[in-house]
Design a protein around this ligand. Structure first.
Ligand code: AMP
Length: 372
């Protein structure tokens, strides 16, 4: 069986590593000159730029049985053209919703799934009107192209509003209430063509400068009913889209439940801890879903965590890796500020043990202890 993955980053790398265990051969599309180091030696790489011929691309990929994606920032016109040659999962419509915060919010509203009060604005006059209607503090996010906290502005005081309006005139922004959340959690689920559905335990996420730093599963101090709520929200969204593959939803935990922050139509960094020995990883379940294979176990027997290796840190020390419950996953990337170079997965019998391991790893990676 052959599949092709659009994108050559670490998510494509980990998907290909899972594919090898299912005896599936991968090829990759390098989009507009992207770096391919993450997928080096994992399969054929074909370069694509806008205007290139799609049937030629499909032939160069070795005529895969199915095409999937590792990111939402993909030309949807290309995806639509590929659907005339072979199945594409998730569908272009599923990817489109994850690319555009305006479409995402409209869908959530139509499905009665809660998120922070917001407005979609295209001009600074509308920004000022939204500030008057919603009240400060607010967050402004570009509707397209923003990720890991990029293209976002915090408006705490009227001076911040003036500064934003002086620096921008027109754009396409989501402006939403700043949420005083208790914590951030996410859920990852897989849905297959025959409506098979599995969800992983709710994961607690810790960010630094808008980038995921660490995940803890199951999420602590979150009422058990919220697992049910998160699962049902994501299932509703996936059913509505007829979605096939893995999708993730990020939430803010507030007094009366969950508010959706963002959806990701792909495998997700907050699901990397699922690469444990005793369960089916999000990468394998994504492949199982798109290949029409039965979905694998998502039950977590112990406690699991993940810490990202970000920027120019050396990574974990040999002392940390002597521990058989700590596993390193490197992405073969050149160090650069804020760049995700790899991650460490940790498992433990108790929550206390997990937290102590994560704190220790944080200290080796970033030179300071942190309390998770
Ligand atoms: P995003 O790129 O939308 O996931 O935002 C990156 C991070 O910024 C989130 O994980 C939150 O920590 C924070 N953030 C985003 N939106 C809000 C909001 N409306 N209120 C409070 N914090 C937010």
């Amino acid at each position: 069986m052959k599949i092709a993955i659009l994108g050559c980053g670490q998510l494509a790398r980990m998907m290909a590593q899972a594919a090898a265990r299912l005896d599936v051969v991968c090829s990759f599309v390098a989009l507009e000159g992207e770096d391919t180091a993450c997928v080096a030696a994992l399969g054929k790489v074909v370069y694509w730029s806008p205007g290139d011929d799609t049937p030629n691309l499909y032939a160069a990929l070795g005529q895969p049985s199915i095409i999937t994606v590792e990111r939402e920032a993909i030309d949807v016109a290309l995806l639509r053209e590929l659907t005339t040659l072979c199945p594409v999962a998730p569908s272009p419509e599923g990817v489109l919703v994850g690319q555009n915060r305006s479409l995402e919010r409209a869908m959530l509203q139509a499905l009665h799934i809660p998120c922070a009060p917001y407005r979609i604005v295209t001009h600074t006059d509308e920004v000022r009107a939204a500030v008057a209607a919603l009240g400060l503090p607010l967050v402004i996010k570009a509707c397209e192209s923003g990720y890991d906290g990029k293209l976002q502005w915090r408006l705490h005081a009227p001076a911040d509003v003036n500064r934003f309006c002086q620096a921008h005139e027109r754009g396409h922004w989501l402006i939403e209430k700043f949420v005083d959340f208790k914590c951030e959690v996410s859920i990852v689920a897989a849905r297959s063509g025959d409506s098979g559905f599995v969800a992983y335990p709710l994961t607690e996420n810790h960010h630094r400068d808008g980038i995921l730093l660490a995940s803890i599963a199951p999420a602590r101090q979150v009422p058990a009913r919220l697992q049910q709520t998160a699962t049902s929200y994501l299932r509703t969204i996936m059913d509505h889209l007829g979605y096939i593959g893995v999708m993730a939803a990020e939430f803010f935990v507030v007094d009366d439940g969950l508010l959706v922050n963002e959806l990701a139509p792909r495998v997700h960094n907050s699901g990397h801890w699922t690469m444990q020995d005793d369960m089916t990883s999000q990468f394998e379940n994504h492949l199982r879903a798109i290949l029409g294979m039965p979905l694998g176990a998502t039950r977590l027997r112990h406690h699991a965590g993940m810490i990202n290796i970000l920027g120019s840190t050396e990574g974990a020390g040999p002392g940390d890796l002597r521990d058989p419950d700590v596993r390193m996953h490197r992405y073969n990337k050149m160090p650069a500020p804020r760049r995700k170079l790899g991650h460490l997965n940790v498992s433990a019998r108790s929550e206390a043990e997990l937290l102590s391991r994560l704190s220790k790893l944080h200290e080796t990676l970033y030179g300071a202890e942190t309390a998770f």
